[in-house]
Design a binder for this molecule. Structure first.
Ligand SMILES: *Cc1c(COP(=O)(O)O)cnc(C)c1O
Length: 369
């Protein structure tokens, strides 16, 4: 029997516990998984409110706009924040993190964004995890833009709070998110008198009422649509194979970068080193006096289906994002994006546009099946 969207049966605790287990399997984690009914910013904020007590010190690694938001939350919690800002065209190194921790032994919390869809870079989490563990700080990771596109291994990397969302490389629903919480993190949350309790932001409520109760009693009526869509998305990834899904993203990024390098017209990869470029999205810099927003508008006028968007905020004039994630992590989407960009650049009078060369570079980097 099929159900319409309006007569879905209520989810049971067993259903939710099963979806929790599927998230844990995706992350290959033994840690406690909490699925939260809200966008990823909900668990991201919840972890900071619980994990960064008043008077504590935090290292906030800023490689894009989300890092700036986390710094604001940390300061709002009364923590002293040491920002480690890295130019948006690069990744942070484990050495830089080691130096920052050595300079401030009092740091007890480290926040990092794994991959930044907004700036197109990805950071070496495994190596940074070693440094953070040695120091003894809690390690907070925003893996929203990396999960599904590249390996995310909270247990292997010593991540204490690993937040994911389904709407990027997982190709799943927005509006539902999850966090894996380590035993160490739960202890620190419990010891923080300012950690939210009896609040929508409270992870300790989840621990007390859901996890410690053996996931047998629901705290509220789960949002069926989002939860079932999340489960369908997890099942699809399991059926396709996580490795195959990640490989598709890696190929899309490689092809987009090669195509952009061949395209000319003043377009170049925004992230200098290919190794620091995120598999989830490829960012491009627009030079030669053109405005990136105008190039994107022109490209979308030529082909409204392409996953192109101008950079956010201050980056809107200079950056184009090719969002080749989820169902757009395909050769076709990358090719169509480069063709639309080539057409747009020509229309706007950019010199030296070589769309055929871009097409050839994609074909060479990602041969058709
Ligand atoms: C998209 C994204 C988010 C925000 O996810 P929402 O579910 O929209 O809140 C957070 N962090 C990163 C790195 C992202 O790419």
């Amino acid at each position: 029997m099929t159900h319409s969207l309006l007569d879905l049966p209520a989810l049971t605790a067993e259903d939710v516990a099963r979806i929790d287990r599927k998230v844990a399997a995706l992350l290959d984690t033994e840690q406690d998984v909490v699925i939260m009914q809200g966008e990823a910013l909900l668990p991201l904020e919840a972890c900071i409110r619980a994990g960064a007590p008043r008077g504590s010190h935090a290292l906030n690694i800023v490689t894009g706009p989300y890092g700036q938001t986390f710094g604001d939350w940390l300061r709002d919690c009364g923590a002293t924040v040491h920002d480690l800002a890295v130019p948006f065209h690069a990744a942070v190194t484990a050495e830089a993190v080691r130096d920052a921790l050595a300079a401030h032994p009092e740091i007890g919390f480290v926040s990092l964004v794994h991959a930044e869809a907004a700036t197109g870079n990805t950071n070496p989490v495994a190596a940074i995890g070693d440094v953070v563990r040695e120091h003894g700080a809690l390690f907070y990771l925003d893996a929203v833009a990396s999960v599904g596109a590249e390996p995310v291994r909270p247990d292997a990397w010593g991540v204490d709070m690993c937040v994911i969302g389904a709407q990027k490389a997982m190709g799943g629903p927005a509006g539902v998110s999850a966090v894996a919480v380590s035993a160490r993190a739960w202890e620190r949350f419990a010891a923080n008198p300012d950690a939210p309790r009896a609040s929508y932001l409270s992870l300790l409520d989840w621990k007390a009422r859901w996890i410690d109760g053996g996931r047998r009693t629901l705290m509220f009526a789960p949002a069926q649509l989002e939860m079932l869509a999340l489960e369908a998305c997890l099942d699809r990834i399991a059926a396709d194979g996580l490795d195959a899904v990640m490989a598709r993203h890696a190929r899309a990024a490689g092809a987009a970068r090669a195509g952009a390098l061949a395209l000319g017209g003043g377009i170049e990869p925004f992230v200098y080193e290919a190794g620091a470029a995120a598999p989830v999205a490829t960012t491009l810099r627009v030079t030669g006096g053109l405005d990136a927003s105008e190039v994107v508008a022109e490209a979308l006028a030529l082909d409204p289906s392409v996953p192109l968007i101008a950079g956010g905020g201050a980056l809107a004039k200079e950056m184009i994002r090719v969002n080749h994630y989820g169902t757009d992590a395909t050769r076709e989407a990358v090719l169509a994006s480069l063709e639309a960009l080539g057409g747009a650049l020509e229309r706007l009078g950019a010199p030296g546009v070589k769309t055929a060369s871009a097409r050839a570079a994609v074909a060479e980097t990602w041969p058709g099946e």
